[in-house]
Design a binder for this molecule. Structure first.
Ligand code: SF4
Length: 411
């Protein structure tokens, strides 16, 4: 097929196969790719609205046994820089989120062997008891698998138990590239193979949960492996949505480039053009996904704004706090005023949404006064090595944690 044939197929609403997607991704001039992605966005989202959400990224622990080589965030078990947030600290973060007009935490963390399933169940119950309408978008598939291994319970049971305690939806973290060759090279195969990641999402969808899907590109994968990732997501979305009339499956797709600073893997960051082309091809391949987010947190506000011309219909989250990407060298910050300014200056109408992409209203700062946020918060201020009081209620598994408790009780 010529480039013109491929463009005509997309414009007619045809579904791309892998060879066609590869031809477009590698061969289409960037303006053509952008134009096609924009046409598909308009078809899916007639009108001029671009959405965003006010929520907070909270990383409840940085202690992790997975040790992915692209990750600058984790600390090994026993590290002096390791932390676990206490329930009261998390409640304070929720209070601050509500004050800024937010209604959800994106809660993710390391695979900490000293946090058993009961810790998560107690935390979720406590959050819902204090904040009944507050939403928990929590625990990416590898964290669910980690809990399944720790507790020796099957994944569907873990999901059911977490839902019973207040889990509302599952974020798509930990997908990286859903190709096992790549996962082995990134040392993230053992935390979750591609099939295992997809299986958690399959079970979540069957349990009636909505989830998101992500892709971190720009490490060791080939261009064709990026496409394999997208096609695997498209297949699962087909399966999860089936012929049902109720919304199901993934609500959105988010892609970002690998951030290399302070990582074991090292290397260089992909360019802004690579990001925009990757976003555009995702819009064309993922014809069964309604929403694509712009990743301003890795690309900055200006490329984030350009994303709206390359297939994105959503500016993602105000975020409030961020620890993972910052650890790898990127530290962009946009509060609601800044996100709305970027959306409106690009010619769109900005609307607040929830995780289900239901519009919640106009920008909150136009309804009431909210504090400006000129810097993203962090999980803990530097030097705070306090241990949450409730941690001793849960059996320690690691030698380091057992030793720390003995020393604490001897003090
Ligand atoms: S990416 Fe997640 S699972 Fe991998 S080392 Fe970092 S915190 Fe652990």
């Amino acid at each position: 097929m010529t480039m013109d044939d491929l463009a005509a197929k997309v414009r007619a609403g045809g579904r791309l196969d892998r060879a066609e997607a590869l031809a477009l991704y590698t061969g289409a001039p960037t303006p053509l790719l952008a134009g096609l992605a924009d046409e598909v966005r308009v078809r899916k989202h007639p009108g001029n609205v671009v959405t965003y959400i006010i929520d907070r990224n909270v990383n409840y622990t940085n202690v992790c046994i997975a040790r992915c080589n692209f990750c600058a965030f984790y600390r090994p078990v026993g590290s002096a820089d390791g932390y676990v947030l206490g329930f009261e600290e998390i409640f304070r973060k929720i209070d601050e989120t509500i004050a800024l007009g937010g209604g959800q935490l994106l809660l993710q963390g390391g695979h900490n062997p000293d946090l058993p399933l009961a810790w998560y169940e107690d935390l979720f119950r406590a959050v819902k008891q204090r904040y009944p309408t507050f939403r928990l978008h929590a625990l990416s598939p590898p964290e669910v698998i980690h809990l399944s291994r720790l507790s020796r319970l099957p994944v569907p049971e873990i999901i059911d138990r977490l839902v019973a305690c207040g889990l509302d939806s599952i974020p798509g973290g930990g997908a990286e590239i859903l190709v096992d060759r790549v996962r082995k090279l990134l040392n993230c195969y053992s935390k979750a193979s591609a099939d295992e990641w997809l299986d958690v999402m399959r079970h979540a969808h069957r349990a009636g949960l909505r989830t998101t899907a992500t892709m971190m590109y720009g490490t060791v994968e080939t261009v064709d492996e990026r496409l394999e990732h997208l096609f695997r997501l498209r297949d699962l979305q087909d399966e999860s949505c089936g012929a049902g009339s109720t919304p199901a499956g993934f609500t959105a797709f988010i892609t970002w480039s690998y951030q290399p600073d302070h990582t074991e893997l090292g290397g260089a960051e992909a360019t802004g053009v690579d990001y925009l082309r990757t976003l555009a091809i995702a819009r064309l391949v993922l014809d069964n996904f309604d929403n694509l987010q712009a990743s301003w947190v890795t690309q900055g506000g200006k490329v984030g704004q350009l994303s709206l011309a390359f297939g994105a219909n959503d500016m993602g989250s105000v975020m409030i706090e961020e620890n993972v990407v910052r650890a790898a060298g990127a530290s962009y910050c946009m509060d609601e005023i800044e996100i709305v300014r970027n959306i409106e200056n690009a010619g769109f109408v900005a609307k607040r949404r929830n995780m289900h992409y239901e519009v919640q209203g106009d920008p909150i700062f136009r309804e009431r006064s909210v504090p400006r946020m000129l810097e993203l918060a962090v999980a803990r201020v530097d030097g705070d090595s306090s241990r949450p009081p409730e941690i001793v209620r849960y059996a320690a598994r690691s030698a380091a944690e057992k030793k720390a408790r003995l020393e604490q009780s001897a003090d």
